[in-house]
Ligand binder design. Structure first.
Ligand SMILES: Nc1ncnc2c1ncn2[C@@H]1O[C@H](COP(=O)(O)OP(=O)(O)OP(=O)(O)O)[C@@H](O)[C@H]1O
Length: 479
């Protein structure tokens, strides 16, 4: 998968942006508040139909205008296709090759993206809510059906809580029925999270060992809250029974309080260092290393399961990491061959991820313009256990084709071939049957399995209430 071209119109403060990204690193440099994150958000929104930050779709539309539009031309399994999304009047509409998309499968068709933001770096010391969201984004990326499954759970939870608020007047027969639905859907959420953690935790722990600067091993764990340890490994049906029993046992208390006190919506990700709570005892640097380990593990895990690297979006993460860990991350990106978008206020922090084919851009006041490349990083010491960063070259000046309307079409001067094809030589090839032909990733994409009414077109917004405007119900994971 590779993004060949990106266009955004009236998206937040971006009036008109048109660029041809590098097959590898594309770097946006600018002062605070200029529109760098908006650029990444446009791309994230295009690739997921979910806002990266916004609570409401209307926030995405440039002030004083009626609609925002983002479109991208992708190379997917050897074929080019263009997807676009428009937001206006609180409604979003999705298009494939200029026509309204008839389904999510058709729209996504193999696009995968992983975003990494400074908010992620705060997740260890944040509350369980933030960690659940963080975990569930990774679960969605890995198991697309989770989008629908988690919404089923959120709906069941909302229904039960509504009934609980009736207190003693609540009909026990209805509560029995809601408990059964909640237990079933809760067990599904739990097993999805557990499966993701089983894949991801060993990778994250190994990465942390290389960057943690401590002999204490990190452990990334997940266990259903309020259930005995013995339920950690039982099958889904048994887990549903255990949840049902727990719900019954807590019913009186839940009725008094008016909310459900057990289930995946109260679970947490347990992060420990040397057996102690990372939240309570790890240094800030160690906490960030735990998150970095997770993110790299997530990318690697998707690579292994999809057969190709997802598109990576890193929003000014470098300024939040210490120099050595930043060097590790930049070295990883350069060596991975991934197509990555980076934003930064300080170009020197990310130059180790750059190469001759890097597209450098200046972002100022919502305008995006070509920027001379940074000189080669050189001499950045890798951490012990770190793979050496890929060789970095001196970038070339951009070719900035100024279109008739005065907007620059940005592209790297010497794009180097097609990232996917090149990378195929350097990594284990999974074979066409694993990479999928016309559907493997469609089945994989989080949005590919429900939640949207496809007709007319792929419109969504006010009419879909809880999920159309980017606001999520409590307990409902979001990407
Ligand atoms: N809907 C909108 N219409 C117009 N401008 C908007 C809209 N939403 C946000 N902005 C503006 O976008 C700017 C913020 O852009 P962005 O978040 O991309 O900054 P940034 O360059 O990433 O900065 P930082 O480095 O501080 O994160 C602010 O000036 C804000 O007022």
């Amino acid at each position: 998968m590779r993004l060949l071209a990106l266009q955004a119109q009236n998206f937040r403060n971006l009036h008109q942006v048109s660029l041809a990204p590098s097959p590898h690193a594309t770097i946006a440099v600018g002062q605070n508040g200029q529109g760098k994150t908006n650029l990444l958000e446009a791309l994230y929104f295009l690739a997921t139909l979910k806002p990266l930050r916004a609570g409401r779709l209307a926030e995405l539309v440039r002030w004083g205008t009626k609609a925002a539009r983002v479109s991208g031309r992708f190379l997917l399994k050897g074929a080019e296709r263009e997807i676009s999304v428009e937001v206006g009047g609180g409604v979003r509409q999705a298009f494939v090759d200029g026509k309204k998309a008839s389904s999510l499968e058709e729209y996504f068709g193999g696009v995968a993206v992983v975003a990494f933001t400074p908010d992620d770096l705060e997740v260890v010391k944040g509350g369980p809510d933030a960690r659940r969201t963080f975990l569930d984004r990774a679960v969605f990326n890995r198991f697309p059906a989770f989008l629908k499954e988690s919404r089923d759970y959120a709906r069941a939870l909302k229904n039960r809580n509504r009934l609980l608020r009736d207190g003693p007047a609540a009909d026990p027969a209805y509560l029995d029925a809601y408990d059964a639905t909640l237990a079933r859907s809760g067990a599904r959420v739990y097993v999805r999270r557990r499966a993701l953690m089983a894949e991801l935790a060993p990778r994250a722990q190994a990465t942390f060992a290389a960057i943690g600067r401590t002999v204490d091993p990190a452990v990334y764990g997940y266990h259903p809250a309020h259930l005995a340890q013995e339920f950690a490994d039982v099958d889904e049906a048994r887990l549903a029974e255990a949840l049902l029993e727990e719900l019954a046992g807590r019913r009186r208390r839940d009725l008094e309080r008016g909310f459900t006190s057990v289930g995946p919506h109260v679970d947490d990700v347990a992060l420990t260092l040397g057996g102690r709570s990372a939240r309570a005892y790890a240094s800030q640097g160690q906490q960030r290393a735990l998150v970095l380990g997770w993110k790299i593990a997530e990318i690697e895990n998707l690579h292994a399961s999809l057969g190709f690297l997802p598109l990576l979006l890193l929003d000014d993460v470098s300024s939040e990491l210490d120099p050595e860990r930043n060097a590790y991350l930049m070295g990883y990106l350069a060596a991975s061959g991934a197509q990555v978008f980076l934003t930064t206020t300080d170009a020197s922090l990310v130059r180790a991820a750059a190469a001759a084919d890097t597209l450098w851009m200046d972002v100022h006041g919502g305008q995006v313009a070509p920027r001379p490349p940074e000189p080669s990083a050189g001499g950045q010491a890798p951490l012990p256990g770190q793979q050496p960063p890929a060789p970095v070259g001196v970038g070339h000046l951009l070719g900035g084709d100024v279109a008739e309307d005065g907007e620059a079409e940005l592209r790297p001067e010497n794009p180097v071939g097609h990232g996917e094809e090149e990378r195929a030589d350097h990594r284990p090839h999974r074979g066409p049957e694993e990479e999928g032909t016309g559907g493997a990733h469609e089945q994989h994409h989080p949005h590919a399995q429900g939640g949207f009414a496809p007709a007319p077109g792929l419109a969504e917004g006010q009419s879909h209430g809880d999920e159309g405007d980017g606001e999520e119900e409590s307990g409902q994971p979001e990407r």
